[in-house]
Design a protein around this ligand. Structure first.
Ligand code: GAL
Length: 395
């Protein structure tokens, strides 16, 4: 694991958030589409002083980024800003080119969700030289002093929610002489979020592994043993198929599969369906509320997902970017003055990107299960429920 990842992990453990109540409503208009790299541009109005926002999203192949891009574009356009939105097909070189293009277009602020958090130092150095402020969106961009702010969710808490879900469902604190088995699937090692998710979960589960209540038959408990390049579903599936073939073919029971997000959970679920002979229901975690996974949760194939209202992440990014473009230096006071109607923390301790602490606005993730899905996802307007009983993202 890269040295900076270790720094991130240590910061995760030392995380101390300055919480503040807040409130606003997020617009739930969004659109989802799939496909490779692309760019879309809109017009601006006088309200924004004709300013332009450059948005660089990683890919359309992972469902959530389609919603992020769509929400961000609609939020800025609703305030009269011109938007240039790019998707870089999960190719880091493509994302560098896309950001070069936005700089050449002289955008007034950059919002970037990095494919590889350590591969943008040079191009964002050019943004700094061009006096273009950069908001690191959702994934912390490393090793550059060009980042003004970081907007994300409490990534360590995402992992804690997954770990605590498994702990509670297996009743590990009252296991007695019972022993349970678990396998871990982590995220993309190039994504600075992935070690935070993994550490949050392992900080909950490791004590039970140490006590022998939880065992890991594959022996794979370190992030770099469990990581999944590009969060790829088939990569996660093949790895789990290998583990099941190697350690569970003799009738051993698998009780839980920790998956850091929904695209990897999809692969692990497919592997369990095809290669696990046990009759028990394996607990499977996820993150993002991707539509195929919400279907699997309704059908009882996946146990939970951690939902992050990216519509609200877009609202925070909008209000932050407007203050920056107006020449202000936002801090915790933005949370109160904005009137947001959702939880948000202003954190100036936890996210060191290798060049120093990046002031961060962190939203709060939530556990979604079959029991609370309608309340948290449908009643809030983020999803609609079809006649088949399955959820579709709004927009
Ligand atoms: C992470 C993001 C998660 C996860 C993954 C896949 O950085 O925070 O929502 O789904 O990327 O894109």
């Amino acid at each position: 694991m890269k040295a900076k990842k270790v720094v991130s992990l240590l910061m995760a453990g030392a995380m101390a958030l300055s919480m503040a109540a807040c409130g606003s409503t997020a617009s739930n208009s969004g659109s989802s589409s799939s496909g490779s790299s692309s760019k879309s541009t809109s017009t601006s109005s006088s309200k924004s002083g004709g300013k332009t926002v450059g948005i660089s999203m990683p890919t359309k192949s992972l469902e959530r980024w389609n919603r992020d891009g769509s929400y961000l574009k609609k939020q800025f356009e609703s305030k009269g800003y011109k938007v240039e939105l790019t998707y870089s097909d999960n190719k880091s070189a493509q994302q560098n080119n896309d950001i070069e293009g936005l700089i050449a277009d002289k955008v007034d602020v950059l919002v970037v969700a990095a494919i590889d958090g350590e591969a943008l130092s040079q191009v964002l150095g050019e943004a700094k030289d061009a006096n273009i402020p950069v908001i690191s969106y959702d994934r912390l961009i490393m090793n550059t002093d060009s980042i003004s702010y970081y907007v994300s969710f409490d990534n360590y808490k995402v992992g804690q929610l997954q770990g605590n879900y498994i702990k509670d469902q297996l009743k590990l604190d009252s296991a007695g002489s019972k022993k349970y088995t678990i396998e871990m699937t982590g995220g993309d090692p190039a994504d600075n979020n992935a070690p935070f998710f993994f550490k949050g979960a392992m900080d909950v589960l490791q004590p039970y592994i140490d006590k022998g209540v939880l065992t890991v038959p594959s022996g794979q408990t370190k992030f770099n043993q469990c990581a999944t390049d590009r969060w790829d579903t088939s990569t996660a599936m093949k790895r789990m198929q290998n583990i099941l073939g190697s350690y569970y073919s003799g009738g051993k029971q698998l009780d839980a599969a920790l998956c850091s997000n929904d695209s990897t959970a999809l692969g692990v679920t497919k592997a369990i369906e095809s290669d696990y002979a046990g009759k028990n229901k394996v607990l499977i975690t996820g993150q993002d509320g991707d539509e195929p996974n919400l279907k699997n949760i309704v059908d009882g194939k996946q146990s939970m997902t951690v939902y992050k209202a990216v519509a609200n992440e877009a609202v925070v990014t909008l209000d932050l970017a407007i203050q920056i473009m107006d020449g202000k230096k936002p801090d915790a006071s933005l949370i109160k003055s904005s009137g947001w109607k959702f939880d948000c923390a202003y954190d100036t301790k936890s996210y060191d990107n290798g060049k120093g602490i990046v002031p961060s606005y962190l939203l709060t993730p939530e556990v979604v299960t079959k029991d609370n899905m309608d309340k948290l996802l449908v009643d809030t307007g983020y999803y609609k429920k079809g006649s088949d009983g399955y959820l579709k993202a709004v927009g």
